[in-house]
Design a protein around this ligand. Structure first.
Ligand SMILES: [Zn+2]
Length: 391
């Protein structure tokens, strides 16, 4: 099916002005000032984007698609994500991961969930492993997982500096990073090591060690939750200044902010002011993960579930509250993660890229339409394609 989008104000994420976008099947065939087609009109679906801005589909590089949590017993295991949770948030590419619980959740079911979401219409990848080292891989090694399983593009989320981590030694951690590095090179994938940073005292110590003392380049690591408290955030900025990449979590609850979490949008703006390049900072939602509240004694006192919609909400804060240019505000959820995750057909609107698009109202910036791999998933605020078991 051929789709022709007219009157689109296109942010690629760079602003291109008003363009026509031609979609052939699942990819973008052309982006031009005007496109006239002589084919039978029955074969072409024309979509009028008047009054709307068109962005690349969003990339969320850290989502507990299978559910996560469980820190308060079995009943606190969070539910699986549904297709529409992603669509309403404009997310067309997602990287799924396991978290604290790598026992009742495993790689087989994570990959099955990712494949299911892909059958439903979006693009999915996963990280191999969970919080713990030694890593529980799908095959017998990290390298084999990366080389043999298409969906696996990296390792994680490995917990460091957290009371829920496996307290890995630096040698254990280095070995996994080296395997991810080589597996990534051999498979042509990112082989990224996604690190969960907790509230512990060690903060980014292991990551500083890796980029200062080993041959593994800083581009191999993406520590997340770098905004979870002020001290950690300040250290993360120093780490990024030394060449590291850092990720800010957008899901939050008011109590976290009160207790010192740095809002993702504020973290991004202050990072830029500090001299960190935009290409070194990303947002992820931690969607469907648990947001456990522990008291000072480590006792669980509350629990919430992360939302994928927080990803674009944080970008809206950049645009509306921080008055950042749209083309800059889109970077942490489009072009930058596409580069870091080595997803060459994602994150930009240009000829040959996958047809993943998000339309927003040009006044309210609310998401109105979502196209994933050339299929219209949401139109004028109405979800057209729901998950298999969604009403
Ligand atoms: Zn985490």
């Amino acid at each position: 099916m051929i789709k022709l989008i007219k009157n689109a104000k296109v942010y690629a994420p760079k602003y291109l002005g008003e363009k026509n976008i031609l979609i052939a099947g699942d990819y973008i065939a052309a982006v031009e000032d005007t496109i006239e087609l002589k084919a039978n009109p029955d074969l072409i679906e024309v979509i009028d984007a008047s009054g709307k801005l068109v962005f690349p589909g969003f990339i969320d590089g850290h989502v507990h698609i299978l559910g996560g949590g469980g820190e308060g017993g079995y009943k606190t295991r969070t539910p699986e994500i549904m297709l529409s949770d992603l669509i309403v948030g404009g997310v067309t590419t997602v990287v799924g991961c396991l978290g604290t619980d790598g026992v009742t959740r495993n790689m087989e079911s994570l990959i099955a969930k990712a494949k299911g979401l892909e059958e439903e219409g979006i693009t999915t990848y996963v990280y191999t492993g969970s919080y713990r080292l030694p890593l529980k891989t799908l095959t017998d090694s990290v390298q084999k997982d990366l080389l043999m399983i298409d969906k696996i593009i990296g390792v994680g989320e490995i917990a460091l500096s957290d009371h829920r981590s496996s307290s890995p030694t630096i040698d254990e951690f280095s070995r996994v990073c080296a395997d991810a590095r080589v597996g990534g090179i051999l498979s042509g994938k990112a082989g990224l090591v996604n690190v969960h940073l907790g509230d512990g005292k060690e903060m980014l110590d292991y990551l500083f060690f890796m980029i200062r003392n080993t041959e593994i380049p800083a581009s191999q690591f993406l520590p997340t939750h770098a905004n979870r408290n002020r001290e950690l955030y300040n250290e993360a900025l120093v780490y990024a200044k030394e060449g590291g990449f850092i990720d800010f979590t957008t899901s939050t609850v008011p109590q976290f902010i009160e207790e010192g979490e740095v809002r993702a949008s504020d973290a991004y703006v202050r990072g830029l002011d500090f001299g960190i390049e935009a290409s070194h900072m990303t947002f992820t939602s931690d969607g469907q993960g648990s947001l456990p509240l522990f008291d000072k004694g480590g006792k669980l006192v509350g629990l919430d579930v992360g939302s994928v919609s927080s990803l674009y909400e944080s970008v809206k804060e950049l645009i509306l509250q921080h008055e950042m240019k749209i083309e800059e505000a889109l970077l942490p959820i489009t072009k930058t993660p596409a580069n870091i995750l080595k997803l060459k057909n994602k994150g930009e609107i240009s000829q040959g890229k996958d047809a993943d698009l998000v339309f927003v109202d040009e006044v309210s910036y609310e998401i109105t339409d979502v196209i994933a791999m050339g299929s219209v998933m949401m139109r004028d605020g109405e979800i057209l394609k729901r998950g298999t078991f969604e009403k």
